[in-house]
Design a protein around this ligand. Structure first.
Ligand SMILES: *[C@@H]1O[C@H](CO)[C@@H](O)[C@H](O)[C@H]1NC(C)=O
Ligand SMILES: *[C@@H]1O[C@H](CO)[C@@H](O)[C@H](O)[C@H]1NC(C)=O
Ligand SMILES: *[C@@H]1O[C@H](CO)[C@@H](O)[C@H](O)[C@H]1NC(C)=O
Length: 380
C-alpha cells in the first residue's frame, strides 16, 4: 500500500502496529503516556523479547515498541514516533481530495525489512489494536473502524479503503456497479494468541463433494491458539496443514483425473497442461473448492483463485503444504492459512466494530476485478 509518496507498506492483517524505518532524527513519545501503554500491547507472535526495558522507568524515557516482520518472524526494538500519512478521501468511485494525518508508528532498523517486497519501508498492521492503521485512521479522521481490501490479481493496482463503504467498481464499460451491495457477511473469529482474523470453517468440498477432512480438525482452539482457518495478506498461497493437504490433494486427483499433468513446480505439487484445461471468464477451470462456513455459506475458491499459471504450458493447483512449503512465520499453527492469491480480485471488508467479515467472491464472475478501482477511469 502506498500511503505517502514513495513509501510503501506491507499490509499485515494480524499486526497491531505500524512500523517503518525512520530518519536518525525523529520525534519520540514519552514512556508514561497513553500511546506508550497502547504500544506495549504485546504482539504475541513475536519471540524477540519479553523484557519491559525502557518502560515504567523514570518517566522521561522514550517509549519503545517491538516491530515484528510477519514474513520471516524477526523482530527488533525501536522508538515509537509520529509520522505523517497521506491518502485520498473517496466516495467509493473517485478520489475526492488528499488528506494528511499523523500516526504513531514504531521505528525499525533497516535489517528488519528483510524478506519484505523490494520498495517496502515497513508494515501496516490491520489487527484493530489501538495503534493498528484502521484504529488510528478511525480516531484521527472520525470514520468507522472498518476497512476494505481489494487485492489486485495479475499485477494491477487494487485498493485499501478505510472507514466504510459504499464501494463501486467499474463493471462493464462505462458503468459502475455498487459491489458492496453484493457482499456476504459472516462473523469472524479472533485468535487471542496471535491477533489473526479467522473464519469458522466446518468442512472443505471439491466440486461439491466433501474432502475427507474431519470437521473438528479445522476448528480454532481459542485456549491454545492452535488450529483454525486464518486469513493472511503475507502468505502468498493458501497453505494447508499436512493432513488436510493430503486429503485435499486426494480429492483434487479424483476430480481432475482426466486432465493431463505436468511435473510439479515448487511449491506446487499438482500441475496440469494449460491446453487441457477448460478456460472460462473466471480463469482456467479446475475444480471449485468450498470452504464451508459455520453459517451455511461458502468461501469458494474457483477459476483464477484456484490456479497459478506457472508457464506458457502449465498451471498449478494453488494450494501448498504447510509442512513443506515456504509458509510465512506463523506461530500457533493454524490448520489453514488463506493466502493472498485467494484474496485477489475479491472485495473483503473487515468491520471491527461489529466483528463482521464481508466478501464478494471472485469478482471476475461479475465481470470486474480489483484493478477497476483504478479511480482515474471514473474521474471526469
Ligand atoms: C522463543 O525462543 C526460545 C529460544 O529461542 C524458545 O525456546 C521458545 O520456545 C520460543 N517461544 C515461542 C513462543 O516461539
Ligand atoms: C490520490 O489520487 C491521485 C489522483 O488519482 C493519485 O495520483 C495519487 O497517487 C493518489 N494517492 C494515493 C496515496 O493513493
Ligand atoms: C456450500 O458448499 C457445499 C459443498 O459444496 C454445498 O453443498 C452447499 O450447497 C453450499 N452452500 C451454499 C449456500 O452455496
Amino acid at each position: 500500500m502506498s500511503i505517502k509518496t514513495g513509501a510503501r507498506l506491507v499490509l499485515d492483517l494480524g499486526g497491531p502496529l505500524l512500523w517503518s524505518t525512520c530518519l536518525a532524527a525523529h520525534s519520540t513519545v514519552p514512556c508514561r503516556s497513553d500511546v506508550c501503554a497502547a504500544a506495549a500491547v504485546q504482539d504475541n507472535r513475536w519471540n524477540c523479547s519479553s523484557s519491559t526495558d525502557g518502560r515504567g522507568g523514570a518517566g522521561l524515557c522514550a517509549c519503545s515498541a517491538y516491530p515484528y516482520n510477519p514474513l520471516n518472524g524477526q523482530c527488533a526494538r525501536g522508538d515509537v514516533t509520529t509520522t505523517p500519512m497521506l491518502a485520498n478521501v473517496t466516495d467509493g468511485v473517485n478520489p475526492l481530495y488528499p488528506v494528511a494525518f499523523p500516526v504513531h508508528a514504531a521505528c525499525a532498523p533497516g535489517a528488519l525489512l528483510g524478506s519484505l517486497p523490494s520498495g517496502a519501508v515497513g508494515v501496516a498492521g490491520l489487527s484493530g489494536a489501538p495503534l493498528s492503521l484502521p484504529s488510528q485512521v478511525a480516531a484521527s479522521l472520525k470514520v468507522e473502524r472498518k476497512f476494505a481490501l481489494c487485492l489486485p490479481g495479475g499485477g494491477g493496482t487494487g485498493a485499501a479503503i478505510f472507514g466504510g463503504g459504499p464501494f463501486h467498481l467499474l463493471v462493464v464499460p462505462e458503468e459502475f456497479g455498487m459491489v458492496s451491495n453484493g457482499l456476504s457477511y459472516i462473523s469472524y473469529l479472533r485468535n487471542p494468541k496471535n491477533g489473526g482474523f479467522y473464519l469458522d470453517v466446518v468442512g472443505i468440498a471439491l466440486n461439491h463433494r466433501g474432502a475427507d477432512v474431519p470437521p473438528d480438525s479445522l476448528a480454532l482452539d481459542a485456549g491454545t491458539g492452535h488450529g483454525g482457518v486464518m486469513l493472511s495478506t503475507v502468505a502468498p498461497y493458501t497453505a494447508l496443514r499436512p493432513d488436510i493437504y493430503r486429503a485435499v490433494i486426494e480429492a483434487i486427483d479424483a476430480e481432475l483425473r482426466l486432465i493431463a499433468r505436468t511435473p510439479p513446480s515448487w511449491p506446487f505439487e499438482r500441475c496440469y497442461q494449460r491446453s487441457a484445461m477448460w478456460w472460462t471468464r473466471i480463469g482456467p477451470y479446475t475444480a471449485s473448492v468450498d470452504l464451508m462456513l459455520a453459517g451455511g455459506q461458502n468461501w469458494t475458491i474457483v477459476g483464477a483463485s484456484a490456479v497459478v499459471e506457472v508457464s506458457q504450458e502449465a498451471a498449478c493447483f494453488a494450494f501448498v503444504d504447510m509442512g513443506a512449503a515456504a509458509a510465512p512465520a506463523v506461530d500457533h499453527s493454524p490448520a489453514v492459512i488463506i493466502g493472498g492469491h485467494q484474496m485477489e480480485d475479491n472485495l473483503v471488508v473487515f468491520d471491527l466494530e461489529k466483528w463482521q467479515f464481508g466478501f464478494s467472491g471472485l469478482l471476475l464472475g461479475t465481470m470486474t476485478r480489483c484493478g477497476n478501482f483504478d479511480f482515474s477511469i471514473g474521474s471526469q
